[in-house]
Write a protein that binds this ligand. Structure first.
Ligand code: HSE
Length: 300
């Protein structure tokens, strides 16, 4: 059996929604899986030249094995070809895309025994947090709430006029490091600050009140601490807003920066690039729309 899978990049947090809000982007990795007679062969096309494991430690294989284990079965021998387009370790959900690709591959080979919602819970167990894996599986804007290991997800469609303007630095930042610098405890005032803004985000989307995004993208739980790992972070937010963005935030754990624009993102992208140059921060910009779809599979 042959499968062609594509999995979108995702941006998590959206400012205040630390570990609970995420958005699927129209930017895709591809994974081809073919069952064979023996062994495991993993091929990787990675334009960034990052060394990606080609054994069971590969996150696609790891995801497949997790689903087969859960189903009490053994993964069949297969050949896997991965084309990575989502930049790695930049806060754009590259590891979630790999895990989700593996889960979807295995679930399809097993005859779709698990629902996409169930796959969110399985993926969260592997990844640790649901905010990238949920939109990678289901598309749109996702709210994910964890109760123990169980994840409840709600999906919100996103109006087509919203543009995500990304500045992707050349520097990599591992999520583990970006989480390691966060305080263990937070003030109640900060919790209220963020909870109110998560609700405001959803309201802004529903009502198309884009002017609410300026307040809705503010955060006190992670960005102030992560600013020291991303030189020029606040300067890029400011440049984006001055150029007409409706809101700006760190994408996931960073270091990429995301600004939200309506219809036209080009002036925002230019302003972010110029601000980054002033800080000596090398990188590139990309404007993408929100993907209403999560991972897609074609069988052949
Ligand atoms: N929400 C996570 C973080 C990243 O900010 O550390 C994505 O899961």
């Amino acid at each position: 059996m042959k499968l062609k899978i594509r999995v979108p990049a995702t941006t998590a947090n959206l400012g205040p929604g630390f570990d609970c809000l995420g958005l699927a982007l129209d930017w895709w990795n591809s994974i081809d899986v073919e069952t064979t007679d023996r062994g495991l062969r993993v091929e990787v096309d990675c334009p960034e030249g990052v060394e990606i494991p080609r054994n069971r430690k590969n996150l696609v294989v790891y995801g497949m094995d997790a689903v087969y284990r859960l189903a009490g079965q053994k993964r069949p021998p297969c050949r896997i070809h991965i084309t990575t387009r989502i930049p790695i370790a930049r806060g754009l959900g590259s590891s979630s895309a790999a895990i989700v690709g593996g889960l979807v591959a295995a679930n399809t080979l097993l005859g779709n025994i698990y629902s996409r919602d169930e796959l969110v819970t399985i993926a969260t167990r592997i990844e640790g947090h649901p905010d990238n894996v949920a939109p990678a599986l289901l598309g749109g804007l996702m709210v994910a709430a964890m109760e123990g290991k169980q994840v409840t997800v709600a999906r919100f469609p996103v109006p087509r006029e919203l543009r995500c303007v990304l500045f992707v630095p050349d520097l990599v930042l591992l999520t583990k490091k970006a989480r390691g610098i966060l305080p263990k405890r937070i003030a109640r005032t900060d919790a209220i600050y963020n909870a109110s803004r998560v609700a405001l985000w959803i309201a802004a989307l529903r009502e198309r009140r884009w002017e609410w995004l300026e307040a809705a993208t503010q955060d006190r739980l992670h960005q102030p601490y992560r600013a020291k790992l991303v030189p020029g972070m606040y300067a890029l937010f400011e440049a984006a807003m001055k150029a007409g963005a409706k809101g700006a935030a760190l994408s996931g754990a960073g270091p990429s920066i995301i600004a939200f624009a309506v219809h036209h993102g080009e002036p925002v992208a230019r302003a972010m690039l110029q601000a980054a140059q002033r800080f000596g921060l090398a990188g590139g910009t990309r404007i993408v729309t929100v993907s209403p779809h999560g991972a897609q599979v074609r069988t052949g």
